[in-house]
Design a protein around this ligand. Structure first.
Ligand code: OGA
Ligand code: ZN
Length: 370
């Protein structure tokens, strides 16, 4: 249901619009001229209007509105700019409208999410991908189960979102204890909760880990909501929280083929101050080379974050079974595994990545069809 316009008037450099539910909002003259639907290419819907073709003092000579649309006439132009009420409402940029359009994640601790939301491989492949993707967007962690025991199953699941994001570990990577590992994941050692590839300029947004075998003793998985941990820190240790937001840390991965480094803070917030991205991987944190005087406080904050990631209030323990694919937001959820004994049985996960913007795009496209 769309809201009708009840009133529109020129008011101090902007057009003020009141909708039938009482919402009052306003649109700057230049903003309206810039977004005139006539300035969009009819097929691509991209803007062809040149922002520099009008002065920054552009102003309407007349406006008119009915319930469904606002028309704005400009000096020297015959045709008005006509904006539908629905479009104006959907693009309103007053504080209340902006905050209504925010999609906030559902933060969770171990008690709130005793088990990740689960979806069957057949269901997500056969047209029910949207509930799975919405759970991934909101909780950051899902399990796809009953996946076929094939090495291309993880790629099939990931392709429901987008082509794979290739990294220095390839398109798919095999997580098992290897004789000549270039990565702690490829040993049988304990792997503390982390996000993958914080040493990259853009760490992959979604990680898939398909369990093909988990017969060894040990090897249980652990997942924790990095946003929930950051929220806890913000509440209980504001100084440490601020340091982790403001201090880019050095991350590095290097082997025979590459030496990939990037500086980024542990916690990144978006333009509203909401949680945006977590980077945390003690094994890939390069020797700290930050401000000398700040180093002890940064260590204190980093240790506090790492301790919360291991705290049973936040860490969700589970054992992946063959046929399960853990799918999670790699820029939010910390994941790890307990050490295992490779002589006691086979353990083999196959992983791959896709990007987070692709995930949100797929959701929007599927929602169009609803
Ligand atoms: C990884 C990883 C976890 C596991 O490969 O990035 O964290 O359970 N693996 O082996
Ligand atoms: Zn990992």
């Amino acid at each position: 249901m769309t809201n009708a316009i009840t009133k529109a008037e020129i008011n101090g450099g902007a057009v003020r619009v009141i909708f039938d539910d009482g919402r009052e909002t306003a649109y700057h003259f230049l903003w309206l001229r810039d977004n005139c639907p006539r300035g969009l290419h009819p097929q691509t819907r991209e803007r062809v209007f040149d922002l520099l073709s009008v002065g920054d003092d552009v102003a309407p000579i007349r406006i008119a509105a009915d319930a469904n649309a606002l028309s704005v006439w400009w000096d020297g132009e015959d045709a008005p700019s006509v904006f539908s009420a629905e479009w104006l409402r959907a693009n309103a940029y007053d504080g209340q409208s902006l905050s209504e359009r925010r999609i906030l994640p559902t933060l969770w601790g171990a008690k709130d999410l005793p088990a990740p939301p689960r979806f069957s491989f057949a269901a997500v492949k056969n047209g029910a991908a949207l509930p799975w993707l919405l759970a991934l967007r909101d909780y950051g962690l899902t399990i796809i189960d009953e996946a076929p025991p094939r090495t291309d199953a993880v790629r099939e699941a990931a392709h429901l979102i987008a082509p794979l994001r290739r990294t220095n570990f390839g398109e798919e990577f095999e997580v098992r204890s290897k004789p000549d590992p270039n990565n702690v994941a490829y040993t049988a050692l304990d792997l503390q909760a982390h996000t993958d590839l914080p040493n990259r300029e853009m760490p992959p947004g979604v990680q898939f880990l398909h369990c093909l075998a988990n017969g060894a003793t040990g090897g249980e998985s652990v997942f924790a909501d990095g946003f929930r941990i950051a929220a806890e820190m913000r509440e209980t240790d504001a100084a440490a929280f601020a340091l982790l937001c403001d201090t880019p840390l050095p991350f590095r991965f290097h082997d025979g083929e590459c030496d990939l480094r990037f500086y980024a803070p542990t916690i990144a917030l978006d333009r509203h101050g909401d949680f945006f991205q977590i980077r945390h991987h003690l094994a890939l944190t390069a020797p700290l080379d930050i401000d000398f005087a700040k180093t002890p406080a940064v260590y204190r904050a980093l240790r506090a974050f790492a301790a919360l990631a291991r705290d049973s209030r936040f860490a969700l323990d589970l054992r992946l079974a063959p046929g399960e694919i853990a799918v999670f937001n790699n820029r939010r959820i910390l994941h790890g595994r307990r050490a295992f004994d490779p002589s006691s049985g086979a353990r083999h996960l196959q992983g791959c990545y896709v990007d987070w913007d692709e995930t949100l795009s797929r959701i929007r496209v599927l929602e169009r069809g609803e």
